[in-house]
Structure formats: structure tokens, C-alpha cells
Design a binder for this molecule. Structure first.
Ligand SMILES: NC(=O)c1ccc[n+]([C@@H]2O[C@H](COP(=O)([O-])OP(=O)(O)OC[C@H]3O[C@@H](n4cnc5c(N)ncnc54)[C@H](O)[C@@H]3O)[C@@H](O)[C@H]2O)c1
Length: 374
């Protein structure tokens, strides 16, 4: 199969959808890999690294027009819509429920569109989202420690303390992938860490894997209020799948927080879990409300494209190989997780939540591809 990789044109996006190592695997499997010149630069992969493993470097027109399977990181932007066409398989993050315009453009193009974020295992795992949550959680602990520094508007506290001086206190709300990773890094820095969770099963699991290094507390309105009042860093990491984040931290609770403390609201991409949170960017990551530094960057993994690109491509490559080796129909017949990733096929919306979000007709994938795994 001809597999194309284009340079991302979205502002501040430095990731690329395939590493030279991935290109090497695909070329070794007998596929033709077309990479747009400069596509890997933002992630420190020069063109020469792709050329060395047998990929062909060309311009954007060359990749889009010749590829049968096109790999991207972000959704196509309007400038890219005219390049989509019948017969093309597009594999990328799409987040279609958030954009009717993009959903209609993809359907009108006739391309088959698979969304990374809806590839879902039988156990409800989201394997192509998980690495970004791991990175965001780890970055949140780092950002918390950094913005506690006095010249940056923080309390002026070293999160880990030193011998004879108590460490800072980190409260993580939500003990999923983000929360676990934030807690591990904060504990590693020497902070005193608690996780507030509402799933007892999840807390039992965390207890086991964290071996007592972190306190685990049942999340309730009262517990949140008490915990944030004494915290130096609060990390918001809750998720209710498919819903906007619950506002667990009220404006009053924020006013009651310590002056110069830091609130990292990682859940900001789902609206945030504090009433005072609003999205920020890497160029202006923080703002202050009642003396509390708010860090609410909506695309945190974008800060570390080298790590994010490698982590993303580690998990996408097996799916790319399956599509390349078996074709889309063959790959989705064999793998129900990949079948759940197909959002648009032959002009039809094949992902129910996306169709519902925009009041469009929904066609189950199995109606269009009868062999697809249900
Ligand atoms: N800002 C970014 O760049 C970025 C990057 C990755 C993920 N995220 C976001 O981070 C959030 C967390 O993602 P995740 O992958 O860790 O999700 P996850 O599903 O693994 O974990 C969420 C956890 O929140 C818990 N929870 C739900 N309601 C709660 C409550 N009231 N109190 C305490 N805990 C509660 C759940 O039990 C679950 O364990 C999501 O909103 C995700 O979109 C943001």
C-alpha cells in the first residue's frame, strides 16, 4: 500500500504521524512510504532519517495525491478539505463531535476516516489516547512544581522540600491515567501526594501499584474542599466519558486556596473541573484568580513533541500495519477495536455519537462493510 505522511499545518503542532523507525517497519513490509519534506522537523526527525530507511520525500501535493492511506496527527483543516477524496483512508485524531463543519466535509469527500480517539478495546480502553494522558499527567506535576517558584508568581516553595524542611502538598483529583502519572512524578519529586477518586476499584488498584507512596481518598464535595484548602498544587484529572468535566472546585474553594498555590486543570479539554478554569496556550500558559496560578493548557503534550510523537506512533503503528497489510475492510473484519475507530465511510457517518451530536444520519459500519467486526 502507498502510505503518506504530511507535515501538520495546525498552529503550534510539532508532532508527526510516523517516525523513521515506523517508516522502516512499513517499508520492510513491502509498502511504499511517502513523507512530505520537513514533516518530521518539529519532532527532531530530519528528512534524511526518513530517506535512510527507504521513504520517499516529496511535497504535500505528491503525498496527498498518491497516498492510499494517509497518516496525520491533527484533523484536516479547511485548506486540506479539497485534498480528501474517495478511495483515501485517513487515520488521525478527528474529534468530530466538536465540529459539524469538519464532519460534513469528511462525509462529502467520500474518504474513509478513522479517528484515533475512538479506537476502543473490548474493555473500554482507548489505546490511542492513553499515551497523551500519560504525558499530560507527568507534565502537570512538572508545571505545578515550576509555577510554585516565587519569580513566576508562586508561593516560593520547593515542591520536594529538603532535609529538615517539609515538602509541598499535591492534591490530584481523579486517579485515572492522567492522575496516576501526575502522582508518580510528584511523589518522585518528593512531594506529599494524595489522590481523590470516586471509584473504589480504581483506588484498590492504585493502592497496589503505588505501594503506599500516595494517600488515596474518596472524592466528595467536602473532601475536595478540605484538600484543596491546604494544597500547594492541585491537579484536575477527572473524566466522565462523553461528558463535560464536573465542576468539582467551586470559585469559593479557589478563593480559600493558599496564596501562590497552583491549579493545573488538565481536564480543561473537557471544560475543566474548576469553575475558574479557562483554556490557555503554551505561549501564555497561566493566569491568576484570587492569587491562585491557573495552568490550563488544552494541548499539553504539544510542549514535548519528541516524546509525544514517539509515544503516539508506538501505539498507532500496529493499526497502520494492519490496514496496510489487509486493507481497511480486512483490518476492521479482524479487529473490533479498529472498527470502532471508523467514523466516516462512503459519505456516511458510522460513529453514532458523532451523528447524534450534529443531527445527521447514522449508518452502522456493518451495514456498509458486512464483514466488519461488531
Ligand atoms: N490538557 C491536555 O493536554 C490533556 C491531555 C490528555 C488528557 N486530558 C484530559 O485529562 C482528563 C483525564 O483523562 P484520563 O485519561 O486520566 O481519564 P481516565 O478516564 O483515565 O481517568 C479519569 C478518572 O476520573 C475519575 N473521576 C470521575 N469523576 C470523579 C470525581 N467526581 N472525583 C474524583 N475522580 C473522579 C474516574 O473514576 C477516573 O478514574 C480528561 O478530561 C482528558 O481529556 C487533557
Amino acid at each position: 500500500m502507498k502510505i503518506g505522511v504530511v507535515r501538520e499545518i495546525k498552529a503550534d503542532e510539532y508532532r508527526v504521524a510516523l517516525t523513521p523507525a515506523g517508516a522502516h517497519e512499513l517499508a520492510g513490509g513491502g509498502h511504499e512510504v511517502l513523507v512530505e519534506t520537513g514533516a518530521g522537523e518539529g519532532s527532531a526527525f530530519p528528512d534524511s532519517a526518513y530517506a535512510a530507511v527507504g521513504a520517499r520525500l516529496t511535497d504535500a501535493d505528491g503525498v496527498w495525491s498518491r497516498a492510499e492511506l494517509l497518516l496525520k496527527v491533527k484533523e484536516p483543516l479547511p485548506a486540506e478539505y479539497p485534498r480528501l477524496r474517495q478511495g483515501l483512508v485517513l487515520f488521525t485524531y478527528l474529534h468530530l463531535a466538536a465540529s459539524e463543519e469538519l464532519t460534513r466535509a469528511l462525509a462529502a469527500s467520500g474518504a474513509a476516516c478513522i479517528a484515533y480517539e475512538t479506537v476502543e478495546t473490548d474493555g473500554h480502553g482507548l489505546p490511542l489516547l492513553a499515551p497523551m494522558s500519560e504525558i499530560a499527567g507527568r507534565l502537570a506535576a512538572q508545571a505545578g512544581a515550576y509555577f510554585l517558584e516565587k519569580p513566576l508568581g508562586g508561593r516560593g516553595l520547593l515542591l520536594g522540600g529538603v532535609a529538615g524542611v517539609a515538602p509541598g502538598k499535591v492534591v490530584v483529583i481523579g486517579g485515572g491515567i492522567v492522575g496516576y502519572n501526575a502522582a508518580v512524578i510528584a511523589a518522585g519529586l518528593g512531594a506529599s501526594v494524595s489522590i481523590l477518586e470516586r471509584s473504589v476499584d480504581r483506588m484498590r488498584h492504585l493502592e497496589e501499584i503505588l505501594s503506599g507512596r500516595v494517600s488515596l481518598l474518596m472524592s466528595s464535595a467536602l473532601q475536595v474542599e478540605e484538600s484543596v484548602a491546604t494544597a500547594d498544587v492541585v491537579i484536575g484529572a477527572v473524566l466522565i466519558p462523553g461528558a463535560i468535566a464536573p465542576k468539582l472546585i467551586t470559585r469559593e474553594m479557589v478563593s480559600g486556596m493558599k496564596d501562590g498555590s497552583v491549579l493545573c486543570d488538565v481536564a480543561i479539554d473537557q471544560g475543566g473541573c474548576a469553575e475558574t478554569s479557562r483554556p490557555t496556550t503554551h505561549s501564555e500558559p497561566v493566569y491568576s484568580v484570587d492569587g491562585v496560578t491557573h495552568y490550563c493548557v488544552a494541548n499539553m503534550p504539544g510542549a514535548v513533541p519528541i516524546t509525544s510523537t514517539k509515544a503516539l506512533t508506538n501505539v498507532t503503528l500496529p493499526y497502520v500495519e494492519a490496514i496496510a497489510d489487509l486493507g481497511l475492510a480486512g483490518a476492521v473484519s479482524r479487529d473490533p477495536a479498529l472498527a470502532r475507530g471508523v467514523n466516516v465511510l462512503d459519505g456516511q457517518i458510522t460513529y453514532e455519537a458523532v451523528a447524534e451530536a450534529h443531527g445527521l444520519d447514522y449508518r452502522p459500519l456493518t451495514e456498509l462493510l458486512p464483514t466488519a467486526a461488531a
